[in-house]
Design a protein around this ligand. Structure first.
Ligand SMILES: N[C@@H](CCC(=O)N[C@@H](CS)C(=O)NCC(=O)O)C(=O)O
Length: 280
């Protein structure tokens, strides 16, 4: 993989890398924060962060204010891009922000013209961790978090792979994508009209089934402009009750969908993951 940039931050390093992705069939860029003292002899666990619509690997690292606490906790953070990109990678023909490049929804597309590149589920769960664990001073211990579309991705990936992630959290997640306009649009294009194939990518549907337990923490602002039409956190509460699964959902008066909300509560999420990763 090719190092694009390296900057010292809080005694550690923020690096951006580009590499060839086999599953997405294009070059991918990701960002990593490595805390101080992360070395081959002292590898550290990783929190994967999945961003939302319109984001790249850069939004979280620059706006969330997570690096200081990650440095103190001794935790690496890996932030992938939100979709495949580049020439030859299909995009929404009308340039919509909620489909195509910047909007991969962390699924493995099965439909034309998307399926040759949009394999973000396999990228995040398999290809990227294998690369990161081979090339960087990290262990195989993983936690996962994300925002909005990335909150959906984190919940789905964590619920489907409870043995590979020790803890899962989300900010303002798209909780029930099969029942909201963002999810229905994306899934019908990426996965096709057979809605039975959508269930494997719906956090509320997965949580309603009895699965192996993974600790879950969700943060949601009550003044989020997407709350009632797109995010639907109540679906998570209902699902958790149905399967009798513990779920912590914190609702916050006055907070919106932006990174101002994320930066206000990111410390608690890093500490939550650190406790499950054995760092505190
Ligand atoms: N562009 C869309 C919304 C896009 C949006 O809110 N994106 C969120 C994730 S869903 C985000 O993180 N944006 C980038 C940022 O704030 O840095 C709109 O204005 O309706």
């Amino acid at each position: 993989m090719e190092l694009l940039s390296e900057n010292r931050a809080f005694g550690g390093r923020h690096c951006r890398y580009r590499h060839r992705s086999t599953v997405n069939n294009c070059d991918m860029t990701f960002a990593v924060y490595l805390p101080p003292f992360a070395t081959a002899d002292n590898p550290v666990p990783v929190l994967y962060w999945l961003s939302g619509l319109t984001c790249t690997d850069e939004n979280f690292m620059q706006k969330a204010g997570a690096m200081k606490i990650a440095a103190e906790l001794g935790m690496a953070i890996v932030a992938p891009d939100t979709s495949p990109r580049g020439e030859g990678v299909p995009d929404d023909p009308e340039g919509a922000y909620d489909m195509g490049q910047g909007a991969g929804f962390y699924v493995n597309a099965t439909q034309s013209p998307w399926q040759d590149h949009y394999q973000m589920y396999d990228y995040v769960t398999s290809e990227l961790p294998a690369l990161v664990e081979a090339e960087l001073p990290v262990t195989g211990e993983r936690a996962i978090s994300g925002h909005s579309m990335g909150g959906h991705g984190a919940l789905v990936i964590g619920l489907r792979n409870p043995n590979r992630y020790v803890s899962v959290s989300a900010f303002s997640p798209v909780a029930n994508p099969t029942d909201c306009p963002w999810g229905q649009k994306a899934f019908s294009h990426y996965l096709g009209d057979d809605k039975s194939s959508w269930q494997a990518y719906d956090a509320a549907a997965l949580l309603a089934e009895k699965t192996h337990y993974v600790p879950l923490l969700v943060e949601q602002g009550r003044a989020d402009q997407f709350l009632t039409e797109q995010l639907k956190p109540k679906a998570l509460v209902n699902a958790a009750q149905k399967s009798d699964t513990p779920l912590t959902l914190n609702m916050h008066e006055g907070y919106d969908h932006s990174y101002f909300f994320i930066t206000s509560f990111i410390d608690e999420h890093l500490q939550f993951h650190a406790s499950h990763l054995g760092l505190i």
